[in-house]
Structures are given as structure tokens and as C-alpha cells.
Design a protein around this ligand. Structure first.
Ligand code: ADE
Ligand code: ZN
Length: 345
């Protein structure tokens, strides 16, 4: 077997965690059509293929417009269940052992879908997949940053009766012009309620947005964060704190954050000693789930076995799981690395 097919097999088989996944972004066109039909919602596309052909993005906003449009087929608890279950079935087949998924309640409540309908469907699928496959999970509620902080606060109020099912709050949608500081009060409130915090920062936005996420929103992870390299002091801070970055390589290429995968800065981030993780963001829109993100990145950047394993170890280290479980996965990955090195030497 060639070196690269060995690495592909390793990537598929190694235990890994996904920490940056918008559940609405896992809506495949086939399921979008099936749900639209049963909910009798008209779609402007004549076919599944026509939907896929529309997935040509030139920046974050051009993607978000079509992502919010697709999500409009989701109405009932069953729809959110089917969406989440389809994602988890795929993750089981890729040996993903743990997921921390985002959901965007405002995308649904603003259309009249009750918060409760959304979270009940998602949560039931997470529980069922945990039973069926042993995949553990956390759930992260994201506020839409193009809307007001008052709207985010109302969403947090709606969420509090379900606090037992929610581990953290996050911040997503249109980054430029919507800095983290806009959401300081609602993040303070969420932390007072015992929730952890994360935020998208430094995807399209400047390093200053990453500083704000750290200092004002007191995040446990930065989602994306790839623009940190423009600020050496920030890189040093991220390295010293071992602040995780949930990087999404295929997303970054599709949204033109980098012109091509060979120019992605993931390997440089790793070499600077940052806690980089690989994630899929919105796999139905960006052309690949978690394994494909690892595979495409490994190939384009010529990552070594040790670097691939380091990324998987980072995914557990950066997760919100208990320390002893993290350590067990990290030991398993260290053993895989030793095994792999002994075979090639
Ligand atoms: N919502 C879904 N995917 C997103 C991304 N990559 N950035 C910001 N908001 C998002
Ligand atoms: Zn994202």
C-alpha cells in the first residue's frame, strides 16, 4: 500500500472529535427536498442537482444567504431529528467518537418555529445516536451576530428552561461589522448561568475580533481564528493559553478565505504550537464531512502521520469532555502513532 493510502486509512480509522459543526449546515439537498415535500414548502430549485449547482460562494455572506434559505424547510420536531440523526449516522461511519454541535435557534424562531421544537428534535437524535453508536456529545447554542444583542438575550431567555441540554453559547453568522463586543452583556449572562462560551472570530474578521472574544466574551475556544497569524502578540497569547482554534479547511476554501488548500495556514498554525483542530463547519454546503476535511488538508499540506494524530489529539483536548475521558482518547491516539511509526521504520 502507498504511503498516502495508509494515511487515508489512518485518518478514517483514528478516533476523533468534531467541535465546529452547524447542524443546519449538514442539511443535504436530498433531505432538504424530502422535508420540503412532506411540509409542502415550495423550493425555488427544480432538482437536487440544481441545489448543488447553486453552491458557489465568493465569501461568507453569499453562503449564509443560501444556508438560511435551505433551513426554511425545517418546521417540526421530526425534521430536526432527521437532520441531526443523518449527521450522526455519518459520523458513526467515520469513527467520530464525540461531537460538539452548534444550532442557530433564531433561524427558526424568527419563522415561528418554537424553540422547544428545535431543541427537542436535536436532543433526541443526540441521545439516540449515543445509545446506538456510543457517540458522546455537547450542544452549543449560537446567537446570530447580524441580529441585535436584545434578540440574543431573548433567545437566551427561551433557552434557559432547557439549560440542562445546553453546554455553551456561541456566536456565528456575518462577522464583519458585528464584533464580539456587541454581545458582551448576553455572554456575561450566559456565563452567570453556568454556560461555557465560544465565538466565531478571525474567519473573515480581523485579529482584533479574536482579542475581543478572549477578553470580553471569555471564550474557551475560538471558532476559525485563522487570521490570528496577522498579529504575532495574539499568536503568542493563543499559544501560551493553549487556546483551541476550531479550523474548518474545506469551508475556508469554499468561502475564499484562502484561494486553495495548498495555501491554507493550518500547518503553520500547528508549527507555531497552537491547539489547532480540524472540523467541517457546514459539510452539506462545503463538500466534505470530517474525514474528508482531514484527508484534503493532509494531502494539500503534506501533513505527517504525527501531525495528523496531533490534530486528532487536539480535538479531544479542546473538547468539553471530562479530563479522564480526554486522556483515554489521547492515550489511544499515542498508541496508534507508535504503532504506525514502528510499521514504517
Ligand atoms: N454559520 C454557519 N456557518 C458559518 C460560518 N462558517 N461562519 C459564520 N457563521 C456560520
Ligand atoms: Zn462555523
Amino acid at each position: 500500500m502507498s504511503h498516502s493510502s495508509n494515511l487515508e486509512a489512518l485518518i478514517r480509522q483514528m478516533p476523533k472529535a468534531e467541535l465546529h459543526l452547524h447542524i443546519e449546515g449538514s442539511l443535504e439537498p436530498e433531505l432538504m427536498f424530502a422535508i420540503a415535500q412532506r411540509n409542502q414548502i415550495p423550493l425555488r430549485f427544480p432538482s437536487v442537482d440544481a441545489v448543488r449547482e447553486a453552491y458557489n460562494f465568493h465569501n461568507l455572506q453569499s453562503f449564509l444567504d443560501i444556508y438560511y434559505e435551505g433551513a426554511q424547510v425545517l418546521l417540526h420536531e421530526r425534521d430536526f431529528y432527521d437532520l441531526t440523526r443523518a449527521y450522526l449516522d455519518k459520523m458513526a461511519s467515520e469513527n467520530v467518537r464525540h461531537v460538539e454541535i452548534f444550532f442557530d435557534p433564531q433561524t427558526h424562531t424568527d419563522r415561528g418555529v418554537p424553540f422547544e421544537t428545535v431543541i427537542r428534535g436535536i436532543h433526541r437524535a443526540l441521545i439516540d445516536a449515543q445509545t446506538a453508536y456510543g457517540i458522546s456529545f455537547r450542544l452549543i447554542l449560537c446567537f446570530l451576530r447580524h441580529l441585535s444583542e436584545e434578540a440574543a438575550m431573548q433567545t437566551l431567555e427561551q433557552a434557559l428552561p432547557f439549560k440542562q441540554w445546553i453546554d455553551a453559547v456561541g456566536l456565528d453568522s456575518s462577522e464583519l461589522g458585528h464584533p464580539p463586543e456587541k454581545f458582551k452583556t448576553v455572554f456575561d449572562r450566559a456565563r452567570n448561568e453556568g454556560l461555557l462560551t465560544v465565538a466565531h472570530a478571525g474567519e473573515e474578521g480581523p485579529p482584533d475580533y479574536i482579542w475581543q472574544a478572549l477578553d470580553l466574551l471569555k471564550v474557551s475556544r475560538i471558532d476559525h481564528g485563522v487570521r490570528c497569524l496577522e498579529d504575532p502578540k495574539l499568536v503568542e497569547r493563543l499559544r501560551q493559553e493553549r487556546m483551541p482554534l476550531t479550523v474548518c479547511p474545506l469551508s475556508n476554501i469554499k468561502l475564499c478565505v484562502f484561494p486553495e488548500m495548498g495555501q491554507h495556514n493550518l500547518k503553520i498554525l500547528l508549527e507555531k504550537g497552537l491547539c489547532v483542530t480540524v472540523n467541517s463547519d457546514d459539510p452539506a454546503y462545503f463538500g466534505g464531512y470530517l474525514t474528508e476535511n482531514y484527508r484534503a488538508t493532509q494531502q494539500a499540506l503534506n501533513l505527517s502521520v504525527a501531525e495528523v494524530i496531533q490534530l486528532a489529539k487536539n480535538s479531544f483536548e479542546a473538547s468539553f469532555m471530562p479530563l479522564d475521558i480526554k486522556q483515554a482518547y489521547i492515550r489511544e491516539l499515542d498508541a496508534l502513532l507508535q504503532d504506525s511509526l514502528s510499521k514504517t521504520s
